[in-house]
Design a protein around this ligand. Structure first.
Ligand code: C6P
Length: 415
């Protein structure tokens, strides 16, 4: 355990009980209890995570990898122990494969930068899906502009699933990188990443999985998925903002040039030549987000009290219940792929999503209204924006009822 606290092992799952671990969930919004259904934007933090950060600053705060004094050694131990907790969580084979980043966005930018003229050059092809977050589009576009590489997009079918037939047809010997989202943050689609990895490897491509939306909702085993790289953000996993992880296969990370230069990523520096540090430090220039790594490890410890399958089952029943109520109320749902995860994007015909979002807020209900940083998805489904309810382990059926009731009132108001 990262610090002195009482965590149970093999705790049985109860959303009502879990809510007590998240202090913010008991605050009101206006005169209403908070109904927080914006978990894809960010999740709330349990006391265990909040206390881990407080404890770090109260008892071990120091810089890492730099000092011989007691506090620095303790801080280094905690930081490296956090890395090991992440390694275990992702089922990676070595701690050297776990690079701490600021989040998914930085992980993807790191790869796109380091791939420049090493993995991807002029005329090579980068394959993305049509449901990517902007952070898995723009860095590749910038790479294409730098190198003359070509970006290709796997189409999205009407139900929100990937057009796998076209995907296979798009693979060529020039395909050098495939970067796909595991679970879409705007549609909830769960993509067949194992299949994509296999096909990508057969074509000789490197395969990246954006796990930002999947880590908190499904068991992740990077070796079982077989991907070369996997990125995620702590804040969508009940951990603080500003911390994330890039997992990369060791032999590939070894070959890539560093992303940023500075302290900690070096072995020796002279004005003539710099020798880079070993993995994973080669990719961690500068003083890292120590408290973030500790908070992330605490979030994983918190989550690991529960069986991941019981969390997934609970979220699936919330999804099923909300979907059936919304459909009964004539709400149009965007993204209905079989086996989808706990996200519902929807539109109320004739009412702008921003109005819906603001009116729900008056009832204390938090959802996201907008393009969810996936503008190509909005274009694909011919909507300017959607409303999005996204569930977490602490949401309950009465919260779904509150959402549906409030939407009913909004519809009557506009009728
Ligand atoms: N999506 C949402 O409301 P960062 O911002 O680096 O932590 O994560 C970016 C990101 C990348 N991929 C996916 C699939 C994501 O869901 C996100 C973050 C949030 O949907 C904030 S835009």
């Amino acid at each position: 355990m990262m610090y002195n606290d009482t965590l149970q092992t093999a705790r049985s799952f109860s959303a009502e009980e879990i809510r007590k671990d998240f202090p913010i969930l008991s605050r009101p919004v206006g005169k209403n209890p908070l109904v927080y259904l914006d978990n894809a934007a960010t999740t709330h933090k349990p006391t265990h995570v909040i206390n881990s950060i407080r404890s770090f600053y109260e008892s071990t705060n120091s810089n890492v990898h730099r000092g011989v004094h007691t506090l620095s050694q303790l801080a280094t131990e905690q930081y490296e122990s956090a890395r090991n907790i992440v390694r275990n969580f992702l089922h990676a084979s070595s701690q050297q494969e776990i690079v701490f980043t600021r989040g998914t966005t930085e992980g993807l930018n790191l790869l796109a930068q380091s791939f420049t003229n090493t993995v991807v050059g002029n005329g090579d092809e980068i394959l993305l899906s049509g449901m990517e977050h902007h952070s898995n589009i723009v860095p590749w576009q910038m790479l294409a502009q730098r190198t003359g590489a070509i970006m290709k997009v796997i189409p999205v079918l009407d139900d929100g699933s990937l057009d796998m037939q076209t995907f296979y047809a798009m693979l060529t010997p020039k395909t050098k990188v495939i970067s796909v989202v595991h679970i879409s943050n705007s549609l909830g689609t769960v993509n067949p990443v194992n299949e994509i990895v296999k096909a990508g490897h057969n074509a000789g491509a490197v395969v990246i999985v954006d796990g930002a939306q999947s880590v908190a909702h499904t068991k992740i085993d990077v070796q079982e998925i077989g991907c070369d790289f996997f990125v995620f953000s702590g804040h969508k996993l009940y951990a603080p903002t500003g911390i994330g992880v890039l997992y990369g296969k060791r032999e590939l990370l070894e070959k890539l040039p560093p992303y940023q230069g500075g302290g900690d990523m070096i072995l020796t520096v002279s004005f003539e030549k710099t020798e880079y540090n070993e993995l994973p430090y080669k990719f961690e220039a500068g003083t890292p987000n120590i408290e973030g790594a500790i908070g992330l490890a605490a979030a994983i410890e918190y989550l690991q009290q529960f069986d991941m399958e019981s969390i997934a089952r609970h979220e699936e029943s919330l999804l099923r219940y909300a979907t059936s109520l919304l459909e009964q109320n004539g709400v149009r749902i965007i993204g209905i792929a079989p086996g989808k995860s706990s996200i519902i994007s929807f539109v109320l015909d004739g009412i702008h999503p921003h109005d819906v979002g603001s009116l729900l807020d008056r009832d204390g209900i938090a959802i996201r209204a907008g393009h969810h940083c996936t503008q190509p998805v909005m274009k694909r489904f011919s909507v300017p924006a959607t409303n999005r309810a996204s569930f977490a382990m602490y949401n309950t059926m009465p919260e779904v009822d509150a959402l549906v009731d409030s939407l009913g009132s909004i519809k009557s108001l506009f009728a």
